[in-house]
Design a protein around this ligand. Structure first.
Ligand SMILES: Cc1cc2nc3c(=O)[nH]c(=O)nc-3n(C[C@H](O)[C@H](O)[C@H](O)COP(=O)(O)OP(=O)(O)OC[C@H]3O[C@@H](n4cnc5c(N)ncnc54)[C@H](O)[C@@H]3O)c2cc1C
Ligand code: HEM
Length: 407
């Protein structure tokens, strides 16, 4: 807990810090990467840095954590910090690295806010930083302990046993142990990080959800190649670095560097009706969950909703239908923006996903994964249908600026 004096100083200065937080985090990363170029090259996602997504996620989390010290809501604190701790664990972040972040974050705060950073203000924000950092360090220690690894020791080499096209721009990789020791188990919905060495010498890391069930001895991930595109302002967004590297260069018999699985979007073990809603490549955690539900002959009522551009771009399309068939109380609804020559039929619709005609019990537990605007739309529709906000869980395939946003 913050001391009473620091709490009052945070209350008085939060509006000013909040207004400058984007400038602060941008300057913070610039300073930290100048002093430690290896962090930008080998640990942080440089695509997120260029797009500004990570700066926003960091800024949002600090501002939200500060506000939550003034108006406590433990469930929201846990949600925000658990998401970050799991991401950190999947990258092997270690406690001593918090000193590095502290140094450059505070240099940036002083540079941006200038004389407003009195000794009292510095002390209060320092206390807040360490409260957040110590909580994250403790959560990460717990995650490393549960995974049975030393702090940060999350990387292993695995063999690609199989590579399969799941749609024109999507490939799956079945990963197996090299030395015969079993791969660690995971909870359906979790992800691992993959590290690849790119042509310019950088080691870039990205996360991929496990699209197979934990009962399999092997792991499977499914990767969608991210194309270059022209942005609304006419500028060009380059092709994704790691997804294209994996798509073009990784085949059966190759070795990949991956981490132990982490992630907090996991199936709750209760008997609430389940609703799995995905769009595009957001199907991957749902494939992991559904495979597990089918393997364990889960008796829950399950509704599977998926939206995609077209049947041909829908990765794991046939496998999804097979899984739903194996589950006694599961139904599937699909929406394709372009159905091609096919006609709409029962639960197969043309257009964008719309919950209007879908019956959803109020005690449903919903899991969402897909582009952020898609998930925000679905969440709003679910809330209107009476689903409780705390029963709507989601995964963002990038830096999460949603968790810390005002509820
Ligand atoms: C928990 C989690 C689970 C995930 N699971 C999956 C999964 O199962 N399957 C899957 O395919 N993906 C998944 N992802 C997404 C994945 O981690 C990668 O983000 C994705 O593969 C893109 O990585 P990349 O290196 O190819 O693209 P990056 O190189 O990281 O580029 C990402 C975007 O940034 C843009 N960009 C880069 N530089 C610039 C610039 N200078 N200006 C403008 N735009 C720029 C690119 O055009 C691209 O659109 C997951 C992510 C998370 C966080
Ligand atoms: C109190 C201190 C810290 C806070 C508040 C913080 C916050 C965050 C947040 C909000 C995210 C995005 C999570 C997501 O949505 O996926 C993130 C990701 C990340 N953090 Fe931290 N972090 C802290 C310390 C550290 C430290 C010490 C390191 C190691 C040097 C680190 C390395 C990373 C990396 C590499 C990512 C992923 C970046 C990306 O994928 O673009 N963080 N952190």
């Amino acid at each position: 807990m913050l001391s009473a004096t620091s709490k009052e100083t945070i209350r008085a200065t939060l509006p000013a810090v909040g207004a400058a937080i984007d400038d602060i985090t941008t300057l913070f990363y610039r300073k930290m990467f100048t002093a430690h170029p290896e962090l930008e090259r080998d640990l942080f996602n440089r695509g997120n840095q260029k797009q500004g997504g990570q700066q926003k996620a960091l800024a949002g989390s600090i501002a939200a954590f500060a506000a939550l010290q003034l108006e406590p809501d433990q469930a929201r604190v846990d949600l925000i910090l658990s998401r970050i701790a799991n991401k950190h664990a999947s990258l092997g972040v270690k406690p001593d690295q918090y000193q590095i972040v502290h140094k450059y974050l505070f240099e940036a705060i002083v540079e941006v806010l200038g004389a407003a950073v009195t000794a009292e203000v510095a002390t209060a924000w320092d206390e807040l930083y360490w409260l957040m950092a110590e909580t994250l360090i403790a959560m990460e220690a717990g995650l490393y302990r549960s995974a049975g690894v030393a702090a940060g020791d999350v990387w292993r080499k695995v063999l690609v046993r199989e590579r399969r096209h799941e749609s024109a721009d999507t490939v799956s990789f079945v990963l197996t142990s090299i030395d015969g020791t079993p791969l660690p188990s995971f909870s359906p919905g979790q992800y691992l990080s993959v590290g690849v060495h790119l042509e310019d010498g950088a080691r870039q890391i990205r996360q991929y959800s496990l699209s197979s069930a934990p009962s399999n001895a092997d792991w499977r991930i499914t990767v969608k190649r991210v194309d270059a595109k022209t942005l609304p302002d006419g500028s060009q967004a380059p092709a994704g670095e790691v997804s294209n590297f994996l798509y073009r260069n990784v085949f059966e018999g190759d070795v990949l560097e991956v981490t132990t699985p982490f992630g907090d979007l996991v199936l709750q073990d209760d008997d609430a009706p389940l609703l799995l809603i995905s769009a595009g490549i957001g199907c991957t955690p749902m494939m992991g969950m559904l495979s597990h539900l089918a393997d364990t002959a889960d008796p829950r009522a399950i509704s599977v909703l998926h939206a995609d551009r077209s049947p041909s771009s829908h990765a794991h399309r046939a496998e999804l239908a097979e899984l739903v068939d194996r589950l006694p109380f599961a139904v599937m609804h699909r929406w394709y923006e372009d159905l091609g020559a096919r006609s709409p039929e029962d639960r197969l619709r043309e257009g964008r996903a719309d919950l209007g005609e879908i019956t959803i019990a109020a005690d449903t537990r919903a899991y969402l994964c897909g582009p952020l605007p898609f998930m925000l739309g679905m969440r709003e529709a679910l809330l209107k249908k009476g689903v409780a906000a705390q029963n709507i869980h989601y995964e963002v395939f990038g830096p999460d600026s949603w968790a810390a946003a005002p509820a």
